[in-house]
Design a protein around this ligand. Structure first.
Ligand SMILES: Nc1ncnc2c1ncn2[C@@H]1O[C@H](COP(=O)(O)OP(=O)(O)OP(=O)(O)O)[C@@H](O)[C@H]1O
Length: 697
């Protein structure tokens, strides 16, 4: 064991202990307890050192517990949503104030099931809907925007918002772009076209459930802070924002009254608090038309002046007036159908970057390696692909920007800013540059990662996923090509195009998420309600892939994917997965495979050079690949799994192997095995090119 290995492991231990001491946000656990009592029981039983050693035939809740070193009991106190400050997201490794909070008490357990005290049950997450602090685009609303020069076009207002979250201390440079194509910064007159919203929604993957969520857009403001806010939102209203002081108020709303509370269906975005130190700005975008959309920004952006320059004087209101909510009092109050703002001012131009090479082209973006001319820093620039988006800005990209601008964690790729080409269709995310992605690295490796290296990677991955789940976000597309690596041994999750918030209670979401090879069986079988467990399944597939250097289940179609899973893990049934038989896809008759053959792929001892995995490593893999999502291990519990504590200890990041930077090459045309992408699948289905039509046609 290398000395570094130990150090690396200790590093994780220290970080986790700190998280533990500070009281990590445990909303997901609360949620699990509420939503998935059996999963909670599982977790509790494991912590209690339950002695079951049985491994079930197929992959139902395989459960063994023989570690002499049970994971440390974690403090059950959980920092709840209501405790958060505006703009705050749960830290990956600890929330700051939970230490001040009284610990929740649990009554003695019976049969390994923790009884929740009355006090705790009073604060059950079921009482209120839980949501991510990231405020999401709703309904993928497409807005018509009027470019003063080029007439009406469509753009999603969230772009405007995202852009306005950028540092706008920098002047817009409107010279022709070296990457994008060139026009001048635009002036937008943004209005919502509800018909187009519907049309647009028909044509893309939309989570049916989204309609039920509050129609707020904000990438940086938390709603945890004020329970009342959420209650109001539940009713479809966003409460009046006190003293928003924003120049928003300076833009006419068609009424002399200040409008502070939108009607149902309206979007009101606040950016009064920004959690990121990157934030130096804010401003106001007011958009309103058939349905109103308002975007408020903070103090700093001199929008009033800009608006004053760009719009008729009559469009301005006194920004200090704290009027009543005209809609709450006068629903039919009239407003100007169009409001305008120069929303791109303040964004840096892509011209400030020197293009070095194209790294890769994904489904929804082209990624370049570039140098920031001002600082000399090498960064990655992801350009949002627009050609397939005649109707507006891609929803996937909006989600990705939303998330990545809001979340900050060592295991999540950092988006530094958004920059624009001189065309309004050229939007780029400036990200920290990572030399590799895990898939590319594995393609160049002769040997698979060793167990200690896999532990190092899995720990980082689990920390990132735990952070996401703690913050009520499902990634929904975890796979090796979405895990970036640098030569410091750091792993970071990228590509949040399919991610979304989830809440309690669950609502139906689209099943067409997660790249096929990493897609959980409940999704393949048509479950519409799903949760964090789908990401955990993907992690199981990734763990298997890291150990064996090849995909664990490389199906060619949904059916083939299920077949491959069942062949390895056994066919599920109602015993090991209660509710299985009610899933739409369970009507399909698969051949009965009674045994879990996973061990054949990962031997405890291998004489043939195949992947090796200790008993406890195999236990973790089995828990990640447990059929019943309610019993599947959570990121938090996985982080505490004994595998990470036994020898060989996780390799220190500093001692992880390094590779020539594959991202310095253009990898677009490199041939590699590719799992069918869910968005591609969707497009094919829409075009009637279904190949294997899957289980549900
Ligand atoms: N910050 C970064 N640094 C270096 N390379 C990156 C970075 N972000 C992305 N890449 C590279 O670009 C590829 C595509 O990026 P990404 O997955 O974000 O795009 P996408 O269009 O969403 O792809 P997909 O088709 O998988 O949905 C990644 O697999 C990775 O190789």
């Amino acid at each position: 064991m290398a000395a570094g290995s130990h150090g690396g492991y200790r590093g994780y231990e220290v970080a986790r202990k700190r998280a533990h001491d500070l009281g990590v946000s445990r909303r997901s656990k609360e949620y699990n307890h509420h939503r998935h009592p059996s999963r909670h029981r599982d977790s509790e039983r494991r912590r209690d050192g339950g002695s079951s050693r049985s491994r079930e035939l197929s992959n139902g809740y395989s459960h063994r517990r023989d570690s002499p070193h049970p994971p440390p009991r974690r403090r059950p106190s959980e920092r709840r949503r209501e405790d958060r400050e505006p703009g705050e997201v749960s830290g990956g490794s600890g929330s700051e104030r939970s230490a001040e909070r009284p610990m929740k008490t649990r009554e003695p357990r019976e049969n390994g099931v923790a009884r929740v005290s009355k006090e705790e049950s009073k604060t059950s997450p079921s009482k209120k809907r839980k949501q991510s602090p990231v405020i999401w685009e709703t309904n993928g609303s497409k807005l018509q925007a009027r470019d003063a020069v080029r007439g009406i076009r469509e753009v999603d207002a969230v772009i405007a918002e995202i852009i306005m979250h950028q540092s706008h201390s920098l002047p817009v440079v409107s010279s022709p772009s070296s990457i994008g194509d060139g026009h001048s910064p635009m002036i937008l007159d943004v209005s919502v076209d509800s018909h187009k919203i519907q049309e647009h929604e028909k044509n893309r993957i939309v989570d049916e459930e989204e309609e039920g969520y509050p129609t707020m857009r904000n990438i940086l403001t938390s709603r945890w802070a004020d329970a009342d806010v959420e209650e109001e939102e539940d009713k479809g209203f966003v409460p009046k924002k006190k003293k928003s002081v924003s120049p928003v108020d300076s833009i006419e709303r068609g009424s002399t009254k200040k409008v502070t509370s939108p009607e149902p269906g309206e979007v009101l975005v606040y950016n009064s608090v920004r959690s990121s130190p990157r934030s130096s700005d804010s401003g106001v975008l007011q958009v309103s038309a058939n349905r109103d959309l308002e975007v408020e920004m903070g103090e700093n952006m001199d929008v009033e002046d800009e608006a004053g320059d760009d719009y008729p004087a009559g469009h301005l209101l006194d920004s200090d007036s704290e009027g009543e909510d005209c809609r709450s009092e006068t629903p039919e109050c009239t407003r100007s159908p169009r409001r305008c703002i120069n929303m791109l001012q303040g964004c840096r131009s892509v011209d400030e970057f020197e293009r070095l090479n194209t790294i890769n082209e994904g489904t929804y973006g082209v990624v370049f390696r570039v140098r920031d001319k001002r600082t000399g820093e090498i960064v990655a620039l992801k350009k949002v692909k627009m050609e397939k988006e005649r109707e507006g800005f891609p929803l996937t990209s909006l989600r990705e920007m939303n998330i990545l601008l809001s979340f900050h964690h060592p295991s999540i790729v950092e988006v530094k800013e958004v920059v624009v080409g001189s065309s309004d269709r050229d939007i780029f995310m400036v990200m920290e540059y990572m030399e590799h992605d895990l898939k590319g690295v594995m393609e160049t490796m002769k040997q698979p990662y060793s167990q200690s290296e896999v532990k190092c990677l899995m720990l980082q991955l689990l920390e990132g996923v735990k952070y996401l789940h703690d913050n009520w976000v499902l990634h929904r597309d975890l796979k090796t090509s979405n895990l970036l690596l640098n030569n410091r041994g750091e792993l970071k999750i990228c590509d949040f195009g399919l991610s979304r918030q989830y809440g309690s209670p669950l609502k139906p979401y689209t099943q067409l998420v997660v790249t096929l090879w990493y897609r959980a069986p409940e999704l393949l079988l048509g479950a519409k309600e799903y949760s964090t467990a789908i990401d955990m399944w993907s992690l199981g597939c990734i763990m298997g892939e890291l150990l064996s250097k090849g995909p664990l289940f490389n199906g060619k179609s949904e059916m083939d994917q299920l077949y491959k899973i069942f062949k390895t893990l056994g066919t599920p049934d109602e015993n090991i997965w209660p509710g299985y038989s009610k899933l739409p896809g369970a009507t399909v008759k698969f051949g009965k495979q009674t045994h879990n053959r996973l061990r054949d792929k990962f031997r405890a001892v291998s004489f043939t050079g195949g992947p090796m995995l200790s008993e406890s490593g195999f236990d973790l893999l089995n828990r990640l690949l447990t059929y019943d999502p309610e019993k599947r291990i959570s990121a938090e519990d996985a982080l505490n799994h004994e595998w990470f504590r036994e020898l060989p200890l996780p390799r220190s990041k500093d001692f992880m192997p390094t590779f020539p930077a594959i991202n310095e090459q253009d990898r677009r045309f490199k041939k590699h095995m590719k799992s069918p992408d869910p968005l591609e699948e969707q497009r094919m289905k829409e075009q009637g090119n279904n190949g294997d039509r899957g289980l549900f046609g």
